[in-house]
Structures are given as structure tokens and as C-alpha cells.
Design a protein around this ligand. Structure first.
Ligand code: AMP
Length: 417
């Protein structure tokens, strides 16, 4: 990686303000999955061991859309972290008002700020309101951007060094993820960020071949740019899940009531032509588990070829599992994003779990397997195969944007080596 990391700076006696991704699922005050907290521990421990003190900040949930609740406060994470580290974590109830707590810090101390998204200027999201003139909208937007700079400046004032270890939000140019770097001299990556970038970066830029990418999930339109970018990099592109049906329809197949984005059919055709032109092995399901309704207790049948009217494909079929698995097992680099079916329902989880088993063999055969965040991570965790993967990413949206070939604001803004 060409960006500086924690290893490149002297931390002794320094106050370190670190953006972490503690956006963990919480229900009624209880953390349901602590993967992201554990992911940040190497950076946290390193700063403390090197004689620094640590101010942690993160967002949790979507308080801007869904409101502030008892399950969006970072106090829950502060208490959890305190137990994990067996030392006090001082909680500050407003991220923009921590001067006193920060001034009192000594080396080895930890402060955790409240949810950065309790301040709307963290994200500075701005949409034109109905009836609002262009001029008023522009003025409102620029005022919000100024407020974002003020918040970033405030956050920067707490530390001597800024560390970004929040890969999961690295695709956002928010006050705490990117704008802050304008107001502090030293901005470096944490170890989790470094690991994510190294795995995804070398897979995409310098893959050991054969390189196989697997895409699934519900929506084609979410993954348009990814498909296009991957077609210039991979040897084989596998498409399963709900998004496969738009491609199958583009090939002239009947897909019944399966998911389909009709406005993407032309794009699907373009991509299949591009795959041919580039010599990419482009694999779609050759059979499907069709259901008579979207329901865990639906009647099902295995269908090869056309899916009858009134039925919908909710998983790939056994022959597709075999076809995909054979391509995957021979790979030296695999990147996987998106399930092969509605794996949340038992009747439709075999495709995803079958592919999961094949991906798990890649590492054992000396290759690299990368699970690119989001639902595929949930599926891999559910299948119990996570330990057999080379890397399970903590960032769904961020890893997708990375695979699209986009620069991530939270990474670009860090100091270069
Ligand atoms: P995404 O967020 O685009 O990665 O989509 C993930 C979701 O796609 C999961 O909740 C799956 O249940 C769903 N999914 C996968 N395959 C299908 C399918 N064939 N039909 C409908 N939904 C699907």
C-alpha cells in the first residue's frame, strides 16, 4: 500500500484520534455481532502499547433516517470495549464537545465519542426539497458543507495524529472519514484498513491467475460498474442470485416471475458481448430452484432452461452449483460478493452454501479467497466456513466500490509514503 500506516509514525505521548467502524448490529442494547469491534483491536492495542492515548469515533446505524434510539448510542460499544480491554473507556455524549475529557487524557487512556452521525454535518447529505429554488438549494448545501468543515476541524483538534481504520465507511467523504485530514498534519491508515486494501488491491490489480469473481444478490443496477470493471480483470465471471435472471432474460430465456430489471437488459447484453470480446469465461446458472411463491414454505421444483409462468427462481440448481464449483476450485484468486439465492430461507440456501464450500477450498489449495462484505459475509458466517477464507471484508459498500475501480475518499485522503 502506498499510504502511511500506524507503523510509520511515532505514537509515544501522542493523542491519536481514530475513526473506527463500530457500526455493529444492536438490538435492545445488546451487540449481536462484534466482528467489526474485534477487527479494530490490533490498531487500538498498538496505539496504547506504543504509549499513545486514543480518542475513538464512529457512526452507528442511520440516525439521520431512522432517528436516534437507545440502540444507536456508542455508549453500548464503549462499555463493551471496556470489558474486552479490561480498562476504562470514557464515554463523551457529544462528539463535538469533548475538550475537557480529551485535555484530561494521559498515555494509555481511551475516550469514545458519541455517534458522529448525531450531527447531520458529519454526512452533510443534501437533497433539493420540493419547491426549493436552485439558488436556495445551492446556498443550503454550501452552508452545510461549511458546517461539515467546522465539525471536521473540531474532531481534528482532539488529536496529534489521525488514524482511519474504518474501511466500512472509506467510500464516504464524511467529516470523520476524509474531511478531517485537511485539518491535521498526520493522517495514516490503521491495520484493518491496511489489510483490507492489501487484499482487495492485490486481487484486483495484481491477481494470481486464474482469477474468478462471483457476483450475486438481488440487484443488477447496484453492481453495474462492478461487472464492467471486473470484465477487464478476471478470467471467469460467475453471476448467480437474483441478478442472474436479468442476464438470462437478455439471452432470450423465460424467467417467469423471477427478479428482473427490464431497464438493464440492454446493459446485460452489452456485458455478455464484452465478456466474449475479452475472452472472459462468463457463467450463468444452467438450472434453478423455482418456487411458486416467495415464501419459506413454497412449493419448489428444479428447472433447467425456461422457468414456467407463475414460478420464480430463488436459488441456483445442483448442476449450476457443480458448474460454478469446478470453476472456483481451480482458481488462485477468488472474490465473492452477493449470495447465489435467498439463503435466508432454508429451501433456497444450497446454492450459496455450495459455492461457499468451493470457495473454502481455494485457500486450502494455496489460493486467495476474499469475501467482499455484506450478505455474502453473513452467508459465510452462517455456513461456518469463514475461518477457511483468506479474507472476509468488513465493508460491503466500500469493497464493492473498490471492485468498481473507484478511489475511496477515506483512503485517498491519507498521507502517502
Ligand atoms: P444484495 O444486497 O444485492 O447483495 O442482495 C442480497 C439479497 O439478495 C439477499 O437478501 C438474498 O435473499 C437476495 N436474493 C438472492 N437471490 C435472489 C433471488 N433469486 N431472488 C430474490 N432475491 C434474491
Amino acid at each position: 500500500m502506498n499510504k502511511k500506516t500506524l507503523r510509520d509514525v511515532d505514537l509515544k505521548g501522542k493523542k491519536v484520534i481514530m475513526r473506527v467502524d463500530f457500526n455493529v448490529p444492536v438490538k435492545e442494547g445488546v451487540i449481536k455481532d462484534d466482528t467489526r469491534i474485534k477487527g479494530a483491536l490490533p490498531s487500538i492495542k498498538y496505539v496504547l502499547e506504543q504509549g499513545g492515548s486514543l480518542i475513538l469515533m464512529s457512526h452507528m446505524g442511520r440516525p439521520d433516517e431512522k432517528g436516534i434510539t437507545g440502540d444507536t448510542t456508542m455508549k453500548i460499544v464503549a462499555d463493551y470495549l471496556s470489558k474486552m480491554l479490561e480498562k476504562p473507556v470514557v464515554f463523551v455524549p457529544d462528539c463535538a464537545n469533548a475538550d475537557a475529557e480529551v485535555a484530561a487524557m494521559k498515555p494509555g487512556d481511551i475516550v469514545m465519542l458519541e455517534n458522529t452521525r448525531y450531527h447531520k454535518e458529519e454526512q452533510a447529505k443534501c437533497k433539493q426539497k420540493e419547491g426549493e429554488s436552485d439558488e436556495d438549494f445551492k446556498a443550503r448545501k454550501s452552508a452545510l458543507k461549511e458546517q461539515q468543515k467546522e465539525l471536521a476541524k473540531k474532531l481534528a483538534s482532539y488529536g496529534d495524529i489521525y488514524v482511519n481504520d474504518a474501511f466500512g465507511t472509506a467510500h464516504r467523504a464524511h467529516a470523520s472519514t476524509a474531511v478531517i485530514t485537511k485539518y491535521i498534519d498526520t493522517s495514516v491508515a490503521g491495520f484493518l484498513m491496511e489489510k483490507e486494501i492489501e487484499y482487495l488491491g492485490s486481487a484486483v490489480e495484481n491477481p494470481v491467475r486464474p482469477f474468478v469473481a462471483i457476483l450475486g444478490g438481488a440487484k443488477v443496477s447496484d453492481k453495474l460498474a462492478v461487472v464492467k470493471n471486473l470484465l477487464s480483470k478476471v478470467d471467469t465471471l460467475i453471476i448467480g442470485g437474483g441478478m442472474a435472471y436479468t442476464f438470462l432474460k437478455a439471452q432470450g430465456k423465460q424467467i417467469g416471475n423471477s427478479l428482473c430489471e427490464n431497464d438493464q437488459i440492454e446493459y446485460a447484453n452489452e456485458m455478455m458481448a464484452l465478456a466474449k470480446e475479452r475472452g472472459v469465461n462468463f457463467l450463468l446458472p444452467i438450472d434453478n430452484i423455482a418456487a411458486d411463491k416467495f415464501d419459506p414454505n413454497a412449493n419448489t421444483q428444479v428447472v433447467e432452461g425456461n422457468i414456467p409462468e407463475g414460478w420464480m427462481g430463488l436459488d441456483i440448481g445442483p448442476k449450476s452449483i457443480e458448474l460454478f464449483s469446478n470453476a472456483i476450485k481451480n482458481a488462485k484468486t477468488v472474490v465473492w460478493n452477493g449470495p447465489m439465492g435467498c439463503f435466508e430461507m432454508e429451501k433456497f440456501n444450497k446454492g450459496t452454501f455450495g459455492v461457499c464450500e468451493a470457495v473454502a477450498e481455494v485457500k486450502a489449495n494455496g489460493g486467495i479467497s476474499i469475501i467482499g462484505g455484506g450478505d455474502s459475509v453473513a452467508a459465510v458466517n452462517k455456513s461456518g466456513q469463514a475461518p477457511k477464507m483468506s479474507h472476509v471484508s468488513t465493508g460491503g459498500g466500500a469493497s464493492l466500490e473498490f471492485l468498481e475501480g473507484k478511489e475511496l475518499p477515506g483512503v485517498v485522503s491519507l498521507n502517502s509514503k
